[in-house]
Design a protein around this ligand. Sequence first.
Ligand code: SDX
Length: 442
Amino acid sequence: MEKYTPPVNPGRIDDTTAELKVGDSTLQLPTGAGASGEKFIDIRALRRETGYIAYDPGLVNTAIAKSEITFVDGGNGVLLHRGYPIEYLARECVFLEVAYLMILGKLPDDEERQRFSQLMNRNSMIHEDMHTFFRNYPEHAHPMAVLSAMVVSLSSFYPEFEKSEEYEPLDITATRLLSKVRTIAAFSYKKSIGEPFVYPSHRYRYCENFLNMMFASPVNDYVVDPVVERVLNLFLILHADHEQNCSTTVVRTVGSSDANLYASIAAGICALWGPLHGGANQAVIEMLQKIHDDGVPIATVIKDAKSKNSRTRLMGFGHRVYKTYDPRAKIAKETCEQLLAHLGVQDDPLLEIALELEDRALADPYFQDRNLYPNVDYYTGIAYRAIGIPPEMYTVMFAIGRLPGWIAHWLEMKSDSDQRLIRPRQIYTGPESADVASRSAV
Ligand code: SDX
């Protein structure tokens, strides 16, 4: 039975310390460095030794875990998964191989790939009783709402997963989710357009199966374009993991309470939905479409994005970690242009607008001074649109891609002896006491 072997964290505590003088005490705090040199101060003794807590809204300066899965160097635009550069994985692998790498720590050999693929096929159907859930959603239900609800419902259909003390074979857990999420996503699309579900087939590879479930119908034999299949594999790889981003931190947080994997992933799907995070890919295409339909001058869009008075931001731009071009955005932009050329889409107006907007923003001091560049969400929607995937499905595509990363982090957190229930502190600024006496007189 294949069991997840916990990593031996290389995060070294070195023999130097940071000295903290607070009040009349001086505290020596251990320091260390990660595998790629990023330094940390271990503040686990801070409250016990000084009575002080750290204040860090948004956890901008705080590591909540050590991890071996992904490394991002935001200054230099480097992204590694288990040490492999994203450029290598995007060029040389298919999504299932990268999913295997994330979860099991290595790229699969031929036999492992074969077994993973067979498990994927065996787990691709959802329980027939789940079909009724789709029927009772309104047609305009957002697919992210459906996806999250369906994923958490999986735990009702596979209770054995809840009971097993030992992890069930890891690749069963992972393939069940990776395979069924793809089916749920396609079914939610079919539901939204009032077409019958197309079942998965063991005849197809992972992305081929998804495209067939999305676009085949009783009245047309959809033929998967191998270039589109390749692009889909590549885009899912670009989204596979990204350290402790908002949704991954949510998956870890929910998992830290000992909630099951499906509940943790369902919570991650909801976190990803927000337009500041994974929902940005839908927001980008809506921004570009509005510019096109309303004839909004690019200069106005840039001005509004810079204005402190307006809440509009340049969607698909900026990043908490990358302070240079997101390496995934570079690959997505190039792939998007190649796909449109392959599909014979000449002069896509939204791509033209996106390219001009990028040029103008990158030349503007406001964006330069804040190191704001296109991120992974800026170009992906234009490619999905050319494939025929509607905007409300873009963040679902992000979720399918991110699933291996969420699963890998959940498992890593479960096996990390440093990990505890995630329960941050706060700074209370409310009333010292309420006037109960006057209340009881009422
Ligand atoms: C993803 O974390 C991850 O790894 C996420 C992700 C992943 O793979 O999981 O990479 C996926 O979520 C990518 C990000 C998708 N979101 C968007 O594209 C939405 C637009 N971008 C932003 O809202 C913003 O850039 C964030 C949320 C992504 C990052 O915000 P931060 O790190 O909190 O930065 P900030 O809001 O403090 O911005 C710093 C300054 C501010 O101006 P000042 O107060 O200094 O004057 O930059 C400005 C911001 O107003 N700014 C922008 C901007 N992003 C930041 N101004 C205009 N347009 C923008 N897009």
